[in-house]
Design a protein around this ligand. Sequence first.
Ligand SMILES: [Mg+2]
Length: 208
Amino acid sequence: MKVSELNDGDELTYLSEPDGSVLECLEKGKTYKVETFNGSKIIRCNGIHDKYGHSNEHFLLDSSMINFDRFIQASGGWIGVDLDCTLAVYDGWKGPYHIGEPIPAMVERVKAWLAAGREVRIFTARVTERVTNRDGTPHDIVKVRQVIDEFCMAQFNRTLPITNIKTWDMMELWDDRCVQVRPNTGVSLADELEAIRNAEAPHKYPEK
Ligand SMILES: [Mg+2]
């Protein structure tokens, strides 16, 4: 989400810095309405403080705040988390109802999101509608959902929505197969990182 894409009346619950931390000037849980003021997009709130500690009646939404795609809209927004290889260890096909051991770092990340009130959905091809499993046995999607529910109950003490469908308000997707591209360029961040590394240390790794 870019500032230019925000319309007057859009509601934001909070906004975050590039590292994901929430700006301290905004009260968590409170809703801020976008409006145009002197040609700029702002949110208005009495007594809020900007990141420099200045008191303001409004907060300017300007392009110096880099990570606008992390704006969380009051209307929703969810984080998709892949199951196999992301939230649970996958080391080969062991049947449609087997889920591997939880991956602690990812489990903790999801727990933190849930504690912060974020919506997290399990995003997995396991719930794709199909007639048979890879081993030819009938695909029982009810049972598949049941084992994922049990996994979530064991890890998070609650079930999470399970889907294989991306919607407009999916804010992030955590997945071992994702390749992130820089918006509107076709350039992958991995390629970009490699280019930076090569530029910084072209002779670091000697040829074999
Ligand atoms: Mg995966």
